[in-house]
Design a protein around this ligand. Structure first.
Ligand code: DGT
Ligand code: CA
Ligand code: CA
Ligand code: ZN
Length: 581
């Protein structure tokens, strides 16, 4: 289930939006935005805290704490409800467009009476927005792009939200008497970045107890279909979940079938046909006699088709069948291979936790090294200075090796880094002499996403050519369902990375997953190395690494491709970028 913290954070974010839409105090809106972020990143479950405990959370004062308490006591917050009631439903529909802020939504509603996404599209095509203050051709283009994003994302949910729910359902169903096996399949098992619906599979002699328990889960809002083999529900948050129950003997065939993808299944079925076999969710059969050959495990099914077991993350018909037949499947990187995290923040900039807490949490994950990379001065509002970052460096050096100590051996190594901002020309925050003092530099694009393709490409290539830039952070800057990837010539960037010894990040934040799987596959062909990083802004985000690793696996990456699986000495050599020393 979504954490109570995220529920409250979403509510306060909405409240902040509502305040700005209704022309309320901009300062107050910001206060709630900040509180939303703090609550989302807070380590303790807010539903278990009293008003006093809630006020320990950074950016949460008495009045906000009381609203949180009210929410868990009554299920809603009256102040939020009051503002909701003031907003016409039309404006609310418009604010679902990711590129249309609440302010502009209000303007088009009030000035032109537009109250639906369709009406807005028509108005843009009729150029009716041009006369409004603050609107121009560029705004129109952005809004149209946002509408496209909104429509293409459909009802898909982000991987982490689907995972939280699925893990909860699997745990609940596994407790039901008679349940022999239970797991999630479908796109979630393949760790796709978004999930259309969750497919849960269980094995049992009789399905009725499982189906019953499934429909009675507390967050079920609607039972869409209730059958002996398959039951479908919808949750209160609008997620669709299918449960299929199969006999234990068909487990492997069913798991293979319902894991998909459809494209992969078509290929495995073709392989079966060529061998005069028939493959279905019930098993692999002799096509002529109908006699069952195998069905108990996925391994059995693949083996009989002449294939090794194929990891679900590869099952997209992107060459895995051919590679499997030739014994050339990649030995995929795993979360346990990671020796460290190379992009993380502290409360010196926009992180929520102090350095000490971040390092402590990182050491608990068993890391051998850990890099602190707060923002440089060029990112607005971060107020970074040379003095502040040098003071941080001193503290990093003091703490180096003190976390996760075992016996006499030195504990986790702390690397002092920075996340530089790649400006529109490809320059970064500080001159080379100063960058020389860092153990590593991440450099990322944080603004001016709409430059021309040529300018964006040159900009990032220039950053790669900086002898101190080691990792390009969240390379395409996309936010899934909200902001499209930048339009740059990725192949040119990949070539520059390979040539200069600059790694590309696989940012593990579930909203980003940037680079994405297909781009990773392409970059890898250029010989690029990768860093799978959490970009954590709180101790909780360190665990997002699992999604970054999943994405890396979908991009066919091995341990050797990922620099933060390497031993420290090899990593440090890479970070010198051929500068000598
Ligand atoms: P989603 O839910 O859109 O994120 O994607 P999936 O891959 O989970 O797709 P879903 O839920 O429609 O079906 C789950 C799996 O069941 C799918 O990956 C493969 C299998 N499957 C479903 N329909 C078909 C089909 O018509 N043919 C084949 N070969 N397999 C199917
Ligand atoms: Ca599915
Ligand atoms: Ca499904
Ligand atoms: Zn960052």
């Amino acid at each position: 289930m979504a954490r109570p913290n995220d529920e409250v954070a979403a509510l306060f974010q909405e409240y902040a939006d509502l305040i700005s839409i209704t022309g309320g105090d901009a300062y107050k809106a910001r206060v709630y935005e900040k509180a939303a972020r703090s609550i989302s990143g807070y380590h303790a479950d807010v539903s278990a805290l009293d008003v006093k405990g809630l006020q320990e959370i950074p950016n949460v004062g008495k009045s906000i704490a009381e609203k949180v308490a009210e929410y868990f006591r009554t299920g809603s917050v009256s102040a939020v409800d009051e503002l909701r009631a003031k907003i016409p439903a039309g404006v609310r529909r418009l604010t679902a467009i990711p590129t249309l802020g609440p302010k502009k939504a209000c303007v088009v509603y009030e000035e032109l009476g537009i109250s639906s996404v369709e009406e807005l599209t028509d108005a843009i095509h009729a150029e009716r927005l041009r006369d409004l203050k603050g609107f121009g051709p560029k705004t129109e283009e952005n809004i149209l792009h946002g509408i496209e994003l909104l429509q293409s994302s459909g009802n898909r949910v982000l991987l982490d939200a689907a995972m939280d729910l699925a893990e909860d359902i699997v745990a609940e169903l596994s407790r039901v008497t008679g349940c022999r096996r239970c797991t999630y399949a479908g796109s979630l098992r393949r760790l796709r970045e978004t999930v259309g619906d969750i497919d849960v599979l269980a094995a049992a002699g009789s399905s009725s107890a499982l189906m019953q328990a499934f429909t009675e889960l507390p967050y079920v809002s609607e039972v869409v279909a209730h059958g002996e083999k398959k039951t479908s529900i919808r949750t209160t948050k609008g997620l669709a979940v299918d449960l299929r129950v199969v006999p234990q003997a068909s487990w492997g065939a069913a798991l293979q079938y319902f894991t998909g993808s459809k494209a992969h299944n078509i290929r495995t079925r073709e392989l079966a046909v060529h061998q005069k076999l028939k493959l279905s969710e019930y098993g692999l059969f002799d096509a002529e006699t109908g006699k069952k050959i195998v069905s108990r495990t996925e391994q059995d099914v693949y083996a009989r088709l002449g294939l090794p077991w194929i990891p679900p993350m590869l099952r997209e018909d992107r060459g895995e069948i051919e590679a499997g037949l030739h014994g050339e499947l990649p030995d995929l990187v795993e979360e346990t291979d990671l020796k460290g995290d190379l992009h993380t923040h502290t409360d010196l900039t926009d992180g929520l936790a102090p350095l000490e807490e971040m390092a402590e949490a990182a050491a608990e994950r068993g890391y051998a090294y850990y890099a602190i990379t707060d923002h440089g001065p060029n990112l607005y509002m971060q107020q970074m200075t040379k003095e502040r970052i040098l003071a941080q460096r001193e503290r990093v050096r003091e703490l180096d090796g003190t976390y996760g100590k075992r016996g006499k051996r030195r504990g986790m190594r702390l690397l002092h880094g920075v996340e530089l901002n790649i400006d529109p020309d490809g320059d970064v925050d500080w001159p080379e002499e100063f960058l020389d003092g860092f153990d590593l530099c991440v450099a990322s694009v944080h603004s001016h996403f709409n430059q021309t393709r040529g300018a964006l490409t040159r900009r990032i290539v220039r950053a790669c050519e900086n002898p101190y830039v080691n990792i390009i952070g969240h390379p395409t800057t996309r936010i899934i369902g909200k902001r499209p990837p930048i339009d740059a010539d990725l192949d040119e960037i990949f070539a520059a990375c390979a040539r200069t010894g600059t790694a590309l990040e696989v940012n593990a934040h579930p909203d980003r997953l940037d680079l994405r799987d297909e781009d990773i596959l392409r970059a890898r062909r250029h010989g690029v190395k990768f860093a799978v990083d959490s970009d954590a802004h709180s101790t909780l985000h360190l665990a997002d690494m699992r999604y970054g690793v999943g994405t890396a696996q979908r991009g066919w990456l091995t341990k050797d491709d990922v620099i933060n699986t390497w031993p420290e000495t090899r990593l440090r050599r890479f970070l010198r970028k051929g500068r000598g020393r």
